[in-house]
Design a protein around this ligand. Structure first.
Ligand SMILES: [Zn+2]
Ligand SMILES: [Zn+2]
Length: 337
């Protein structure tokens, strides 16, 4: 059984340009009732030496990473054992560099691809030409405070959808780009990582595996879960997986689940009816109304020509319908006979 653990995947400390120390960040993460975070200081791994002792005293999982901050784009690197020199990345060699990072067991996420670049934030706008998007593990499609209404996030989200439609497997994440520990009145999201409770042994390894394989839900609070069940074999496919389905199955069974935990990281929504939209390569397939409580629903959808599916949760924030959460896709492959 998969449980969804709330993590923050993009943080900074005084080891680069943030206001807080790593110990202060750990306290804030704990105060928000998150279970872990990725330490992604700009172009330095100097904070890594503090991680082990802070993990022990806090019980917070820290993924050692860095934000490779270059003049043509920012990349989050996770799962590496060594520093990656940002000065070596050029418009010409980027694809070789990406290949090399994968060979070393690294995970690559593109940070805030459409944020305004120079002179506001040098290199924040992604300009590199990627030859194979399957080599990018994930893209930060939501970033910063009030992520649902930022125009640059809408562009990132649209690019993600376009890449999925072109057949690439790439995950979507949220990054708070956490620089200050002081309290804020603004809404932030979290990325929940799907970890198999029965197999979990090393939380750091399991968290990296969830990120690398798109087992992620991004949310302002409620957990929206999606699965596909094959009625013939009884096989169940979860977020991030590829569902292999017989070509002659006319309909697929889609399982939806909405859950509330009342944790500190959850943005408090007004009581209302929420809507779950099932998005796919064939655009929106269904809209399912849900009360604001723990709910399970089953729907049947025509399977023809489906290549991927994801769920998106919508509701009112400040009298406007906004996206509150989204899942990563389940990919679909038909067994042609
Ligand atoms: Zn950045
Ligand atoms: Zn950053």
């Amino acid at each position: 059984m998969i449980i969804w653990r709330p993590f923050e995947l993009h943080t900074h400390t005084i080891h680069s340009d943030a206001d807080h120390t790593l110990a202060e960040l750990v306290n804030s993460v704990k105060g928000n009732e998150l279970e872990g975070f990725a330490l992604t200081d700009h172009n330095t791994t100097s904070g890594w030496t503090e991680c082990n002792s802070l993990e022990k005293t806090s019980d917070i999982c820290i993924l050692k990473g860095m934000e490779c901050t270059t003049f043509h784009g920012h990349m989050i690197l996770l799962g590496l054992n060594e520093y990656e020199d940002w000065r070596q990345f050029t418009l010409e060699n980027i694809n070789d560099k990406i290949e090399n990072i994968h060979d070393k067991g690294g995970i690559i996420g593109i940070a805030h691809p459409f944020q305004i670049g120079s002179p506001i934030s040098t290199g924040a706008h992604w300009e590199y030409e990627i030859s194979d998007w399957n080599k990018i593990n994930y893209m930060e499609v939501w970033h910063g405070p009030l992520p649902y209404k930022q125009e640059y996030n809408k562009r990132a989200y649209a690019l993600w959808t376009e890449l999925l439609n072109r057949g690439y497997k790439i995950a979507g994440s949220y990054g708070r780009d956490w620089h200050k520990s002081r309290a804020s009145e603004q809404a932030f999201a979290v990325t929940c990582l799907g970890i198999d409770k029965d197999r979990a042994c090393d939380i750091e390894k399991d968290a990296l595996d969830a990120i690398a394989n798109g087992r992620m839900i991004v949310t302002l609070g409620p957990i929206i879960n999606l699965a596909i069940e094959c009625e013939v074999t009884g096989e169940k496919f979860e977020i991030g997986e590829e569902a292999v389905i017989e070509d002659n199955v006319g309909e697929i069974k889609v399982l939806l689940e909405l859950g509330f935990n009342n944790k500190n990281y959850e943005w408090k929504l007004e009581q209302q009816q929420l809507n779950i939209s099932i998005m796919s390569n064939l655009a929106e397939l269904a809209v399912v109304g849900c009360p604001m409580q723990n709910t399970k629903k089953e729907i049947y959808l025509p399977s023809r020509e489906l290549r991927w599916l994801r769920a998106e949760l919508f509701g009112q924030i400040e009298n406007k319908v906004e996206m509150i959460a989204f899942t990563n896709p389940i990919y679909i492959k038909f067994l042609r006979r």
